[in-house]
Unconditional design. Structure first.
Length: 365
């Protein structure tokens, strides 16, 4: 299987399955001499871990990271950083009933058709549990680019949306509720809706908005490595993601150019920011903001029709521990992938930029 590595200079390769012995990864290209805050890394893992509230899967995993290489006396050495995250609460028997069948909208059928074999225990490699390794990589990337702020939050669940621009939100309130929505009144509605959906044995989708601030001008490599293209790839690689839009997004398609153009101020900033902080594939110093759409979880705790490996259609009910809505736990994953992209492009600019001192400041302060 190819496709397990992300990044160009700062590379993250992940391995492991949902019900295997462990997940893990290798981070290659990390600069030497970075003091790592291991408490911060573990705190990021706690934001993603299962079993953290009543509205997520009740699988109990502490997701404690064990670093194996690339770190000495708390500092990165510049060599590959190897790590594992042991699985401690597998219940593989919960999936024995799907050994010979393919769940709708899962990767079961296509994996078996492509590889001739599949790990049916929790989806194996196709499970969203793989994203735990991404959060480790993102937590280290955030420390490479410590001056850049990355905040993601749940902006919708089903038909419930925040009706305010992100500039009017207090990001410090994101972690104050289990949904990770900074608008507390909306968060309460979202949480109640998720609980009701869970009672029905059903699932619901939602969106996450991410805002990246203090980004320098000049990140992005036209033509095929535009910054927004790489962010889009990063987000679309996350399990259950169905859409990505940045800046004005699809709403911009309804506007006239005279309405959409971002007029300049004398210092090079812009009066509006419908461009979403990126023009021509290159960051312009304004906030980068984008939305990521997540589909409803495909596993339902209710009866539905499935295809068997004998070509029959039968009725089957899902079992096990599953998220009724993925977006609360996906917030740190979105941040992690954004951090990996930005850190990768910061390092790329260090190679040749005439403003390299600015980038070094953003990295190390």
């Amino acid at each position: 299987m190819a496709g397990n590595t992300f990044g160009k200079l700062l590379k993250l390769t992940t391995f492991g399955e949902s019900h295997g012995e462990a997940l893990g990864g290798i981070i290659d290209g990390c600069p030497a001499g970075i003091h790592l805050d291991f408490d911060f890394i573990q705190a990021e893992m706690q934001r993603r871990k299962p079993g953290q509230s009543s509205i997520v899967t009740q699988r109990k995993e502490e997701d404690e990271v064990q670093f194996l290489s690339g770190i000495f006396e708390g500092k990165t050495t510049g060599t590959p950083i190897g790590f594992i995250i042991p699985n401690t609460n597998q219940k593989s028997d919960d999936y024995s009933h799907i050994k010979d069948s393919y769940r709708p909208s899962h990767a079961d059928y296509v994996y078996e058709q492509k590889y001739g074999i599949r790990d049916y225990r929790g989806g194996g490699r196709s499970s969203a549990r793989e994203t735990a390794s991404r959060v480790v990589g993102g937590a280290i990337a955030k420390q490479i680019i410590a001056k850049i702020k990355i905040n993601a939050f749940v902006s919708s669940v089903g038909e419930i949306f925040i009706d305010k621009p992100y500039q009017d939100l207090d990001f410090s309130k994101i972690e104050s509720n289990s949904v990770r929505c900074p608008d507390l009144a909306t968060a309460e509605k979202m949480e109640n809706h998720i609980k009701e959906i869970k009672k029905q044995g059903d699932t619901v989708g939602g969106t996450i908005t991410c805002v990246i601030q203090n980004v320098p001008i000049g990140l992005g490599e036209p033509v095929f490595d535009k910054l927004h293209a790489e962010l889009g790839k990063a987000m679309l690689s996350i399990n259950a993601v169905k859409g990505f839009e940045f800046g004005s997004g699809f709403c911009g398609a309804k506007m006239k150019g005279s309405e959409h153009n971002d007029s300049y101020n004398t210092d090079g900033t812009t009066k509006s920011n419908l461009s979403g902080g990126i023009q021509g594939g290159i960051s312009n110093g304004m906030d980068i903001y984008f939305r990521v759409a997540f589909k409803p979880v495909a596993t339902l705790i209710q009866k539905q029709e499935v295809l068997t490996n004998q070509g029959d259609i039968i009725e089957q009910q899902g079992k096990g521990r599953h998220d009724p809505c993925v977006v609360p736990r996906a917030v740190p994953i979105v941040e992690a992938m954004a951090a990996l992209v930005i850190a990768d492009y910061i390092l790329f600019n260090d190679i040749y930029s005439s403003n390299s001192n600015e980038y070094l400041y953003l990295r190390f302060g």
